[in-house]
Write a protein that binds this ligand. Structure first.
Ligand code: ADP
Length: 587
């Protein structure tokens, strides 16, 4: 998408819509405030002219009128400013919150393939910066732009009333000033863009170092990682210096040009007064408006920087919003089929972009059947899971739930009917109970399910989460996650299983779900799971072969293909690859 203002505003238009009323009202009162400010200079000039022509005994009525009107104008002006800020700035902040929420929602719908390309730190920073950019627009609009516009137009009208030629010269001055400003602004913004990208890269890496601090320490990775941060920071410092150089050069050029123009204009006006062309008050009037204009132009040049910087951030956020939602797009897709009899993988091949990771996979899992998948690391087991979980799609109808191709089923519907326990169970900064209850993805159901304590109690029993509750300060109401109690790998896995049980799915996917547990705990959980999931269809990846011994069938994967498929007994008896793995693990 082209990051023109027009594109950006039409892109984010839907976020501005709910605040339209407040923004228009704020704009209207701000215009009134700016017009009233223009009266100040006019009042002073009128007073000077009056005093210059005053003769003792003349009526002082005009002076009283000027002061009275001036006072009223200022009081009304400050009331208008108060309300304009109240309307527009608060609307801008609320709008930014809406945008952040919308962006996170959009992120959650984007394909995993996109997420794997971007690191989490920079995604969050992009969203925050973009949302801040949009609130900057509303702030700058109400605080600066309206004032500047009224000043420009008003000054031209008033000066041209006295001397059209002078008014035209002022416009020329404004134009040259803008050319100068724009040139330096462009250079500054170009460097700023690079600086922001570099900054995101550094923050992203820092975020990863902090997040993965255990691996960093244990595996001694801190030296190369800190080295990389140093390198990136050095590049960042270079860009900061360049950015500052152009910013200050711009400032210097602008202020010099302004000083030259101001002296020339005032000399011209003084010459006009001496030759009887203007009254004395005009010097005050011209100087006052020129002063206003100058501060408006200065204001404009500094907000132009803010606007341009905000444009970069808003543009980068718009890019996130323009990323198409593919798999999670529900348009024209069907509900989860009610009367499915099997999950079928039909000649499935898949590549992440270079070289096939899966080729010609054929697998049928009957409803209620339990199938184990084994194979060496890199065989393609997790990739097959990602496709079965609708995280990735191959683009053809190669996975079917009953007769319905999986890619034609709504993602939100699908995840309501299936549950997955992944290798790593991610924990949120909430209570243990909330962490389990979150699993019920349909919000309305979740609300209802929240009340159902039975389902929750059952989930923590079957997953044996109950076994470690006594270690937590407030039982199931204990805060866990980053800011709360840290759970061990095995405890997190039990929590993951509790989520799956709580969901009561039709199909269950377990990817090394009990790998962090000792054999004894695993056996306990296996037994209770087997009972609870008696009628559930399950596909289970396990490295520890005893985990899948009781499955109805086992498939063996190697090099992206299924090389063996049968019951434990038949595979064991056939003396093939599975037997080889089994014998090795028995040693
Ligand atoms: P397994 O689960 O059996 O260990 P995976 O499905 O994780 O196997 O990996 C199969 C192959 O696909 C490996 O060669 C791995 O490097 C590659 N792979 C896995 N995920 C990605 C990805 N997101 N992008 C590119 N290649 C990937």
């Amino acid at each position: 998408m082209d990051h023109t203002y027009r594109n950006l505003f039409s892109h984010f238009g839907r976020f501005f819509r709910p605040y339209r009323g407040r923004l228009i009202a704020g704009t209207a009162v701000r215009i009134i405030a700016a017009l009233l400010w223009m009266y100040t200079t006019y009042a002073i000039a009128s007073l000077v002219t009056f005093v210059a022509k005053y003769h003792p005994g003349d009526s002082l009525m005009p002076v009283y009128h000027i002061f009275g009107f001036w006072l009223a104008a200022m009081l009304i002006r400050y009331t208008c400013i108060f309300y304009s800020k109240r309307f527009c700035i608060i609307a801008g902040e609320e709008l930014a919150l809406d945008v952040e929420e919308g962006a996170v929602n959009h992120l959650a719908l984007l394909d995993i393939a996109w997420h794997e390309r971007e690191n989490a730190g920079s995604k969050v920073k992009r969203i925050q910066r973009g949302a801040d950019g949009l609130s900057t627009y509303t702030r700058v609009w109400v605080v600066n732009i309206i004032d500047i516009a009224v000043n420009f137009i008003g000054t031209f009208i008033i000066i041209s009333h006295f001397d059209l030629m002078l008014a035209i010269l002022i416009v020329l001055y404004e134009i040259t000033y803008f050319i100068l400003t724009t040139y330096f602004k462009k250079r500054t913004v170009a460097v700023s863009k690079e600086k922001n990208i570099k900054d995101e890269e550094v923050t992203g890496l820092m975020y990863e170092v902090v997040n993965n601090v255990r691996s960093v320490k244990v595996l001694g990775m801190s030296l190369p990682l800190i080295g990389r941060i140093k390198e990136l920071n050095a590049e960042l410092a270079c860009l900061i210096r360049e950015n500052q150089f152009w910013y200050h050069m711009g400032m210097y050029a602008r202020t010099s040009w302004e000083a030259v123009a101001r002296i020339a204009f005032l000399a011209f006006v003084v010459w006009g007064i001496l030759h009887g062309r203007y009254e004395l008050g005009f010097l005050i009037l011209f100087n006052g408006y020129f002063q206003n204009l100058t501060s408006s132009i200065n204001d404009l040049s500094s907000v132009a920087q803010d606007i341009a910087l905000a444009k970069t951030s808003v543009g980068r956020l718009a890019d996130i919003f323009s990323e198409p939602i593919v798999i999670d797009d529900e348009k024209g897709k069907a509900d989860f089929p009610k009367d499915w009899k099997s999950v079928e993988v039909r000649n499935l091949s898949f590549s992440y972009g270079h070289g096939e990771v899966l080729s010609g996979i054929k697998l049928r899992v009957q409803k209620g059947e339990k199938v184990g998948i084994v194979g060496l690391s890199g065989a393609g087991k997790s990739t097959l899971f990602k496709l079965l979980l609708k995280e990735y799609e191959s683009g053809t109808d190669d996975i079917l739930i009953g007769d319905m191709p999986l890619r034609h089923i709504k993602k939100s519907e699908y995840v309501r009917h299936v549950a997955a326990v992944l290798q790593d169970t991610e924990v949120f900064n909430m209570t243990l109970r909330k962490n389990v209850e979150l699993a019920n993805s349909a919000v309305a159901d979740a609300e209802a399910a929240m009340g159902s304590d039975d389902a929750f109690q059952k989930a923590i029993d079957i997953s044996h989460v109950r076994d470690f509750l006594h270690k937590l300060p407030a039982g199931v109401e204990s805060l866990i996650g980053e800011k709360g109690v840290k759970l061990s790998g095995g405890e997190r896995q039990r929590l993951g299983i509790a989520r799956a049980v709580y969901k009561n799915p039709e199909i269950l996917f377990l990817d090394e779900a009990t790998s962090h547990l000792d054999v004894e705990s695993e056996q306990k959980i296996q037994d209770s799971l087997a009972h609870f999931f008696k009628d559930v269809t399950a596909v289970v990846i396990a490295h520890r072969l005893s985990t899948i011994k009781e499955m109805d069938r086992i498939v063996v994967m190697e090099g992206g293909k299924i090389i063996e498929d049968g019951t434990f007994e038949s595979l064991h008896a056939s003396g093939g690859r599975f037997r080889e793995f089994w014998d090795k693990q028995r040693l």
